[in-house]
Every structure is written in structure tokens, then in C-alpha cells.
Design a protein around this ligand. Structure first.
Ligand SMILES: Nc1ncnc2c1ncn2[C@@H]1O[C@H](COP(=O)(O)OP(=O)(O)O)[C@@H](O)[C@H]1O
Ligand SMILES: [Mg+2]
Length: 477
């Protein structure tokens, strides 16, 4: 095959190899069969032709011994095979049974040789039909007997045989290709399992392993599983490291915070430069504290220790609670289409999600302008909107990455964040089977948390739910 076929897929190459193998085998078998059959058939036909020619020659000899031989009748009375014709030469005179074969049709050399006294055979073509001429001198009566046998039917038989063998070769080749295709499909099936397992691991199902019951595939399955184990171990180690580091940082941080409080109570006694420095320390310390908290949370998410403890709550109740707990500063707006539907959430995590979004709006956009629950294709959307600068198009997916803080680099110095907030939001929402994204719409910059609804709608909790206006407002506590 070589490099010319290397651009083909493995299956195509196996199929091609099988087809080629079948073709070579069936073609050589066919050729051998054909040659052997041809040899046998022609030989048989030649033998019977010779036999008949000698029988007829002896008949001719005894007939010509009679005093008044009638040669045309004699020739007609001879036994002939289908397709054979007799020619007789006697004392320079020629007689034939067929008008198509006479003296002229016989090959000259044969004619001369036989008339000269030696028996001979010769194959020749007569109007494209193979013929065999047998010549036998009959010197006792001054004659030479010729018989011409047509090999046309033999040629036809051989043509049919060749066609049948070629057809068989073709069928065998196709069968070879089909078998190759099928076998390669079967042989490659384990690879499908491997790739499914790899996809599962990449998708977070880290306990996925391959079965090791097939002895041929065992080495591969083992090394795959080994790799998965190593991966899991490594992830766990990294999460442990982050968690350990964050824990270790907590106690000095507490000490620093306590000391800071002490210093702050005495800030009146400090010079203005010193109290400026103190304010700076306070800011950085708060930022540091937030980062350590976020890192701890992240490591819990990563190690999978962060089990979801969910409960089913009404959307309206949840959103009002989140608007309050996050300090959004605006009343929650509820779409009546979802206000009474239910969602299954981990409340503590949803509080963290809301707090992060509200925090960001306060930091980067002058505060939340709308905190709402909307209905969208069987799901509920929590919208935290602001009227700040928004997020640049190219940053919209990247801001959910860890430590990514956007291209608002000018503000970087003043901000309090760690760059982890939105990635935590994304992790928490993902665990709920939802998604989070940011969009700009109607002059608003909207962070949208989309969650699946817990299947069935819940009956109206109170009787006046029916006449609730759209966009019912629930005042904040
Ligand atoms: N409401 C918002 N308006 C504009 N930009 C935002 C908003 N919220 C987040 N961002 C951008 O997304 C980045 C990532 O946010 P986040 O993950 O919370 O990290 P942090 O707040 O610690 O910087 C922020 O640095 C900011 O550039
Ligand atoms: Mg933030």
C-alpha cells in the first residue's frame, strides 16, 4: 500500500487490503482453473478428432479398393463429428463434402506434406474460427485423406468458462471488501469504547475505567486505566495543595486582621502618611482575604468534596431571598410565568453566585439596576443587570475563566477581586445543570444564570396569584 494510501482511514485500508487479497487469490485460482480446463478440453477434442480421422481414412482405403469407387457418396457416408468436414485427394483430383472447405482452404504446407506421404496435423484460422486439419496419406490407393475439425464450439465453451471465472473473481473481490469492512468495524469497536471513556473523563466523570476482560485489549485497557488513575491522583494532589495553602494562609491572615483592627482603633494618633499606608494595608488585606476564601472554595469544587445539598424551592421565593442576601439594593422582579415554578438548588451555593454577581456589578458598573427572574424555554433565568460599561465582546466567555480579569486594565489597580469570582459562579451553576453567560441588551449589561426547572409546575401558593400583574415586584426587606 505505502504512502499513496496512507491518507485513507484505517478501515478503508483494511477493506482495500481484503479486497485486493481476495482479487489476487480468486484471479490466480481462476487463471489456473481456466488454463487446466483449456488444456484438457482441447486435448480431448484433438484425440477424438485424430481417432475419427484414422477411422475414416481406413474406411476410405477399403472403399477405394473396390473397382468402381463413387467418391462423393463415399465421403457423404463417412462418420463425422459435428463440425467436421472431409477432403479427399486422389491422383491429383480433389473431392470435398463441404463447399466451404476444399483444397484451397487446407494449409499449403500440410497439403504438400500429406500428399508427399507423411501424416500431419495443423491448427489454423478459417474466417476467425479455430480449425484443426488432420491429413493422412493412403498410399495403397494413391490417395490422401484430410479431415478438418472446427474448434469453434470449444472456443465458445472456453469463453463462457472464462466469463464465469471472471464473474466469480469479481464476486469474491466484493465479498472480500465487505468482509474487510465488517471485520475492521468489529476490530475498531474497542477504540470507540476508549474514546467514549476519554470523553467521559474529560467531561468530569473521573471514575470512568475500561473493562480489562478481553485478553487482547487488556494491555491497552490497563494503561488507559493507569493513566486515568494518575490523572485523578494528580488532580486530587493539586486540589489538596491549593486547599492546604489556603488553610495555611488563614491563620496569619487572622493575625494580620486582628493587628489591623488594633492599629485602626489608634489611627487618630498616626500621621497622615502613616494612616494612608494603613488604609492601603486594609484594602490589600481585604482583597487577600477574599482571594483565600475564593481559593478554598475553588479547591473544594475541584476535589469534588463540594457535594451539592439541594432542596426544592419556588423560584419567586428563591429570587427574593437572593436579592436580599446578596445586597443587590433593588427589588426582585418576577416573571409570573416562573414565579410559582420550582427549582432544585443548593441555597448556599446560589447565595454565593448571587453575591459574586452583585459584587461585580457594584465594583465595575455602579451597582445592580435590575434583579429578575425570567422564563425561557422551560428554564428559569436569573438576571443580574447593570448599566455600567459592560464586558467587551472578546471577553464574554473568558471572564468565566480562572484568574481572568478582563481588558479593563486601567481599573485593575483599584479593584478588589481575585479573578476567581465568575469562574466559581460558573462551577456552581454547572453543578446545578445550568449555565451562565453575559450579554448586552436594551442598554443593559446582563449576567444571566439559567437553571432547569424541577419538572412540574406548582399550584398557586395563594389565591390572588391569578391577578398578579406581569413583572410583579416584591419589595426588598
Ligand atoms: N458587571 C460587570 N461589568 C463589567 N465587567 C465585569 C462585570 N463583572 C465582571 N466583570 C469583568 O469580569 C472580570 C472577572 O470577574 P471576576 O471573575 O468576578 O473577577 P474579579 O471580580 O475578582 O476581577 C472582572 O475583572 C471584570 O473585568
Ligand atoms: Mg468579582
Amino acid at each position: 500500500m505505502g504512502s499513496r494510501f496512507s491518507h485513507l482511514g484505517l478501515r478503508s485500508r483494511v477493506t482495500l487490503a481484503f479486497a485486493l487479497g481476495a482479487l489476487i487469490l480468486s484471479a490466480s485460482m481462476g487463471a489456473i482453473t481456466y488454463l487446466a480446463a483449456r488444456q484438457v478440453i482441447i486435448q480431448q477434442r484433438k484425440t477424438s478428432a485424430l481417432h475419427q480421422a484414422y477411422v475414416n481414412a481406413s474406411l476410405v482405403r477399403s472403399a477405394l479398393r473396390s473397382p468402381t469407387p463413387r467418391i462423393p457418396e463415399l465421403l457423404d457416408s463417412l462418420d463425422t463429428l459435428p463440425g467436421s468436414r472431409s477432403v479427399l485427394e486422389r491422383r491429383g483430383q480433389w473431392f470435398a463434402t463441404s463447399i466451404s472447405i476444399g483444397k484451397q482452404a487446407l494449409p499449403r504446407l500440410l497439403r504438400a506434406g500429406v500428399v508427399g506421404g507423411s501424416a500431419a496435423t495443423q491448427s489454423f484460422l478459417l474466417s476467425n474460427t479455430p480449425e484443426l486439419a488432420v491429413g493422412i496419406p493412403v498410399p495403397s490407393v494413391d490417395a490422401a485423406y484430410f479431415e478438418v475439425f472446427s474448434f469453434g464450439s470449444v472456443a465458445r465453451t472456453l469463453r463462457v468458462l472464462a466469463l464465469a471465472l471472471a464473474g466469480a473473481a469479481l464476486v469474491t473481490t466484493i465479498a472480500g471488501a465487505v468482509i474487510g469492512r465488517w471485520l475492521s468495524g468489529r476490530a475498531l469497536r474497542p477504540l470507540g469504547t476508549v474514546s467514549k471513556a476519554a470523553v467521559a473523563i474529560a467531561g468530569g466523570r473521573l471514575d470512568t475505567r475500561l473493562p480489562t476482560d478481553d485478553s487482547d485489549l487488556e494491555p491497552m485497557a490497563r494503561s488507559f486505566n493507569h493513566m486515568a488513575d494518575a490523572l485523578v491522583e494528580r488532580i486530587a494532589r493539586e486540589a489538596r495543595f491549593t486547599s492546604d495553602v489556603s488553610h495555611e494562609l488563614r491563620s496569619p491572615l487572622t493575625t494580620l486582621n486582628t493587628s489591623l483592627e488594633v492599629l485602626e482603633t489608634h489611627s487618630g494618633e498616626l500621621s497622615s502618611r502613616a494612616s494612608q499606608a494603613l488604609a492601603l494595608i486594609a484594602t490589600e488585606l481585604r482583597r487577600f482575604g477574599r482571594m483565600v476564601t475564593d481559593l478554598l472554595e475553588m479547591s473544594r469544587v475541584d476535589s469534588g468534596a463540594a457535594e451539592l445539598s439541594t432542596e426544592e424551592v419556588a423560584v419567586g421565593e428563591l429570587v427574593v431571598h437572593l436579592a436580599t442576601s446578596s445586597g443587590a439594593g433593588v427589588p426582585a422582579v418576577l416573571d409570573p410565568a416562573v414565579a410559582d415554578r420550582r427549582v432544585r438548588v443548593d441555597k448556599r451555593r446560589m447565595e454565593r453566585v448571587a453575591a459574586n454577581l452583585v459584587d461585580n456589578a457594584a465594583q465595575y458598573a455602579g451597582g445592580v439596576t435590575r434583579f429578575a427572574a425570567e422564563h425561557s424555554a422551560g428554564r428559569v433565568r436569573l438576571v443580574v443587570a447593570d448599566r455600567g460599561p459592560g464586558v467587551a465582546e472578546e471577553d464574554r466567555s473568558r471572564i468565566f475563566e480562572r484568574f481572568y480579569r478582563g481588558t479593563l486594565s486601567g481599573r485593575r489597580g483599584e479593584t478588589q477581586g481575585s479573578g476567581l469570582g465568575l469562574s466559581l459562579v460558573a462551577e456552581h451553576v454547572k453543578m446545578h445543570g445550568g449555565r451562565v453567560f453575559v450579554e448586552a441588551r436594551d442598554g443593559e449589561n446582563r449576567f444571566v444564570v439559567e437553571l432547569p426547572l424541577a419538572d412540574e409546575p406548582v399550584r398557586a401558593a395563594n389565591d390572588n396569584a391569578d391577578n398578579a400583574p406581569s413583572g410583579r415586584e416584591v419589595p426588598r426587606r
